[in-house]
Design a protein around this ligand. Structure first.
Ligand code: IPD
Ligand code: CA
Ligand code: CA
Ligand code: CA
Length: 266
């Protein structure tokens, strides 16, 4: 992607994310129309769809050749990463949005010919904007996030949701138990985008999950990469920004050890 285009899209994405966040805040006290998708726990609201439409309309009008891959499927089906693709999670952490009215984010990743170039994550209620361009550092607002320091596992806070405790999970739970025992602490925030942003900020050290969609991690990918962190699938392979995947995102000093010693897929 051309440098000037990258800078334009980076600014544009931030501006639209702030506008969309404002829209959510203004309507926050109105009744939410809540629906379910694949299961009673899989929630979506009118607001998720409205925010995705907000982006789709603007992208179509300003950048008609760009593709849009959004969680709520309002854009076209995207089956390849050629050209410029906006990968959008209009509300990441819908359950938090519905039940807590906080701890949710808007996440945007922009990839070009398969390479993640721009990441923007907006923690709406905290009004904090994490953003990055490939090769140009990651920021929280105007503050440049420093490179992540060296860590050992026993100094690390690991973010993981608790689905791995459920029966029939395709992961060796004994190894994960050892990880929970070994780590300094564990956390589960309920928004993949925020978990990745916190990791990039260095206030946590790893995020493990066994099922994530591209819109959950695309925004966080570049932000994490720019502070020296690493995001791969649970076998250490690259993610493809098109398909559901396992994700191990971590401070680089513990990433390999996590995969080698603590994650065994069954
Ligand atoms: C979910 C959240 C959650 C993660 C789920 C995601 P949504 O996204 O990021 O933390 O554990 O896998 O689906 O549905 O709230 O956008
Ligand atoms: Ca969802
Ligand atoms: Ca999500
Ligand atoms: Ca979502």
């Amino acid at each position: 992607m051309e440098q000037s285009m990258k800078h334009t899209l980076h600014k544009q994405a931030q501006q639209w994310v702030l506008e969309a966040g404002q829209l959510i805040k203004e309507k926050m006290d109105e009744p939410l129309e809540i629906m379910t998708k694949s299961s009673p726990k899989d929630l979506v609201t009118k607001m998720d769809k409205a925010v995705e439409s907000f982006f789709l309309e603007r992208i179509r009008e300003n950048y008609p050749s760009h593709k849009v891959l959004g969680e709520e499927g309002i854009g076209e089906a995207v089956s390849e990463t050629k050209g410029t693709v906006w990968i959008i999670d209009p509300i990441d952490g819908t359950m938090n949005f519905v039940h807590q009215k906080s701890n949710f984010a808007i996440s945007i990743g922009i990839i070009h010919d398969g390479i993640a170039e721009i990441g923007v994550i907006y923690n709406v209620m905290e009004d904090t904007l994490y953003h990055a361009m490939r090769g140009e550092g990651a920021f929280k607002g105007d503050f440049q996030l420093p490179k992540l320091p060296e860590k050992t596992l026993d100094q690390s806070i690991i973010e993981l949701n608790h689905f791995w405790l459920c029966p029939n999970r395709r992961v060796n739970e004994e190894k994960l138990q050892q990880l929970v025992y070994r780590a300094m602490g564990t956390r589960a925030y309920g928004s993949a985008a925020l978990e990745l942003a916190f990791l990039a900020e260095g206030i946590t050290d790893a995020y493990l999950t066994f099922s994530l969609q591209p819109w959950d991690y695309a925004g966080g990918f570049v932000i994490l990469q720019e502070v020296g962190g690493k995001l791969t699938d649970a076998t250490g392979e690259s993610v493809d920004f098109l398909n559901k995947t396992t994700v191990v995102a971590a401070n680089s000093s513990i990433h390999e050890e996590l995969i080698k010693d603590y994650i065994e897929l069954k």
